[in-house]
Write a protein that binds this ligand. Structure first.
Ligand SMILES: Nc1ncnc2c1ncn2[C@@H]1O[C@H](COP(=O)(O)OP(=O)(O)O)[C@@H](O)[C@H]1O
Ligand SMILES: [Mg+2]
Length: 272
């Protein structure tokens, strides 16, 4: 093996840390992007990171509802120039100054108007989010499902992307389409995979293995597994109660898994 190859091999085996801005993506809806975003925000905040959550699910924004917030404005108002991102911030669980709390920029509720934003406006939005993220240690962007252009644009602007899958075949094919489109737009993109709603570890590992194999065969790229979040009946319960998961159910499985995931993203994800 040449020195160059050895170096490349070593780099490929080194743990990879996530950057400060993390976009949470998926191929299809309903896989748990929003649940994961909120659980991760709690976990990062409990680890003393000042955290911002941005609801960029431009068609189906609902974080403010999931947390029972009353935001002063939303991304729609920001894009229309009526508010700055800073003016649109709503504190959740005590706000980003408090351990366990974080700030939220709500999505444009009740309208799909932003879904059809022209690419120039999406570019300005991405730049605005990058500027807003400077005031925080961690920014989590809850994206819409799918490989729509605006979505890919926001994913490319983030430091890292988490692609959420579960063990249903449709989640895998749609997630593959997302990763393919992302890498067409940004060759160097190396999204992490999170398996959510896992009935058990074996099912999660096999969903990941199938996904990674498909990416490797067709894209020449093997995404790393950043974490597994167990299926947890308290997740829907917390949403119904409009609270953060581990506020309502301290120490519940999905919150513990989100905490392990946050630590892995901070320290570096090990190639499996
Ligand atoms: N780990 C989990 N365990 C149990 N239910 C989950 C889990 N993650 C998500 N869910 C449920 O799945 C549904 C969709 O989750 P959501 O976060 O809204 O998905 P998305 O944002 O990807 O559309 C919600 O009803 C949520 O309660
Ligand atoms: Mg969602």
């Amino acid at each position: 093996m040449s020195a160059l190859t050895a170096e490349a091999e070593q780099a490929a085996r080194a743990p990879r840390r996530a950057g400060p801005v993390i976009a949470v993506a998926s191929g299809k809806g309903g896989v748990g992007k929003t649940a994961l975003t909120l659980a991760l925000a709690r976990a990062f905040s409990q680890r003393k990171a000042r955290t911002l959550v941005v609801d960029a699910d431009l068609g189906m924004a609902n974080i403010d509802v999931q947390l029972g917030l009353n935001p002063p404005g939303d991304l729609g108002a920001v894009v229309a120039g009526r508010l700055t991102l800073a003016e649109a911030v709503a504190p959740a669980c005590g706000g980003s100054q408090k351990a366990g709390g974080f700030d939220v920029i709500a999505g444009p509720s009740g309208s799909a108007s932003l879904a059809g934003l022209d690419i120039g406006a999406v570019g300005r939005l991405a730049a605005g989010l990058a500027a807003a993220s400077m005031g925080y240690d961690r920014t989590l962007i809850d994206l819409a499902a799918g490989a729509e252009r605006a979505n890919i644009r926001l994913a490319v602007a983030a430091d890292d992307v988490l692609v959420v899958i579960n063990d249903e075949p449709t989640s895998l094919t749609d997630a593959y389409a997302f990763v393919k489109t992302l890498r067409l737009r940004d060759e160097g993109a190396s999204p992490f995979v999170v398996v959510n709603n896992a009935p058990d570890k074996a099912a999660a590992q096999s969903a990941y293995a199938m996904f990674a194999r498909t990416c490797e065969s067709f894209l020449g790229f093997r995404p790393l597994l950043a974490g597994i979040i167990r299926r947890d009946p308290h997740v829907p319960g917390a949403i119904r109660a409009q609270t953060a998961l581990d506020q309502r159910f301290p120490g519940t499985d999905a919150a513990k898994d989100a905490s392990v995931l946050a630590r892995a993203l901070e320290r570096g994800v090990e190639p499996g």
